[in-house]
Design a protein around this ligand. Structure first.
Ligand SMILES: O=C(O)CCC(=O)C(=O)O
Ligand SMILES: [Fe+2]
Length: 417
């Protein structure tokens, strides 16, 4: 049986970040990237068919497009191109993967209109294919168990299962469902902690997210730094089982937990009928906003404080999407080439996904849900801290998402009354 693969996909380090201008980038680096990964970028663009991309860097404009099976760059705005206006700083961030076009768009840094969002997402995928050699098209992807047979994607693992089996499943499929890892009684205590903590959070306090339901109520949907409000949660995060989990997920890699001093864990309350804001996060990868090459993969662990099955805000993942860069805009649609899989959980179950794995939270239709998210990341070069895919710029864009974007209204909110 093969040894476990590493989940460390990092190819860049913050210490090596430079100021990169478009002239030098397109004169040298771009050609080298095309030599190495050009075929993957061409395959991505052929599959996704976005409009050409015109990068206007403070008036210096180049268009990138597919032409006769090659990626070409030419001066000016190509016919039908989506124009993206970038400061030199933003171009440098894009060229070194510090920020994706998605992050710049969501962060309100571009003038590009919302109707071109799918084009930007497609170009982000082609860009990553080119920079990182991560294929977008992968119709022949096989997910296999340790004996080479097709992986049973519905498998759940208990704390007594072989850690190597769990580590293999996570690496192969990009997620793993750990059933019955935590005591349901502790989950009830945490649900009570959430109720007690809620009055201490307020809109704009910098440690919570809010959403509006169909009847106009403002609801706190994300309680950050929740360890400060829940001794039971701290007990779990500092207990032996959590250490077993860390070791199990790490396998041959080193993984470190988030320090308990910052936003170590978030408790999410998922109301019915959300009409505005972000409660049920639509399809995304946690590295969508950028810095894949600096932080991936980290692992996100979801703790089901209440049941999280069909109709109860369940998480869905796209198995294998950490290996095939199918864009988030395609996931869950009839155009998808990798299938979505629901992860119905019971109180006390854990879900784990890699930062490169596509996932979404389905809006609950039957009952509210409480779930907590925390995780483990690769340690940085200097020591123990796991910065993962967050920089200050990305962290602030992510925190502002609740104000800048809105999920599609829940089916309950959209229903005519
Ligand atoms: O709403 C959820 O359950 C998922 C949240 C999530 O994926 C995220 O915050 O990145
Ligand atoms: Fe996520």
């Amino acid at each position: 049986m093969d040894a476990l693969r590493s989940i460390d996909r990092r190819t860049r380090d913050d210490a090596d970040t430079l100021e990169v201008g478009p002239e030098e980038f397109f004169a040298s680096t771009f050609g080298e990237l095309l030599d190495r990964h050009g075929e993957l970028a061409v395959a991505a663009l052929e599959r996704l068919g976005p409009r050409p991309l015109a990068l206007d860097v403070a008036g210096d404009v180049r268009s990138v497009r597919l032409s006769s099976g090659r990626v070409v760059v030419e001066p000016g705005v190509a016919d039908g191109a989506v124009v993206v206006d970038l400061t030199p700083e933003l171009f440098s961030a894009l060229a070194q993967q510090q920020q994706s076009l998605c992050a710049m768009f969501v962060g309100g840094l571009l003038r590009t209109g919302a109707r071109y969002y799918d084009d930007l997402i497609a170009w982000d995928a082609a860009w990553l294919a080119l920079l990182e050699g991560w294929p977008v098209v992968g119709d022949d992807l096989e997910l296999l168990d340790r004996d080479g047979a097709p992986l049973d994607l519905g498998r759940r693992f208990s704390p007594d299962d072989d850690p190597e089996e769990i580590g293999h499943f996570l690496r192969e499929a990009g997620f793993v469902h750990l059933a019955g890892w935590l005591d349901p009684g502790a989950m009830d205590a945490i649900a009570a902690d959430v109720e007690r903590a809620l009055p201490g959070y307020s809109p704009g306090d910098g440690r919570s997210w809010w959403a509006t339901t169909a009847d106009g109520t403002e609801r706190c949907v994300r309680l950050q730094r929740f360890q400060e409000c829940s001794p039971t949660t701290v007990e779990i995060l500092t207990g032996e089982l959590w250490e077993q989990l860390r070791r199990t997920l790490a396998g041959p890699d080193e993984l470190v937990a988030r320090p308990l001093t910052g936003n170590a864990i978030e408790a999410l309350v998922k109301p019915l009928a959300v009409a505005k804001g972000i409660s049920d996060v639509p399809w995304h990868r946690d590295c969508n906003l950028g810095r894949h090459a600096y932080g991936c993969c980290s692992t996100t662990v979801g703790i089901s404080v209440t049941d999280g099955g069909e109709g109860r805000g369940q998480l869905r993942v796209v198995p294998g999407s950490h290996r095939v860069l199918m864009p988030s805009s395609v996931a869950g649609t009839s155009r998808a080439w990798l299938e979505a899989l629901p992860l119905p959980t019971r109180k006390g179950d854990l879900t784990v996904h890699l930062s490169c794995t596509l996932h979404e939270a389905q809006p609950p239709t039957l009952d509210e849900r409480i779930v907590m998210y925390t995780g483990f990341g690769l340690p940085d070069r200097a020591g123990k801290a796991a910065r993962g895919t967050d920089s200050d710029a990305i962290a602030s864009i992510r925190e502002n998402v609740q104000y800048t974007t809105s999920q599609a209204p829940s089916p309950l909110a959209a229903r005519p009354s």
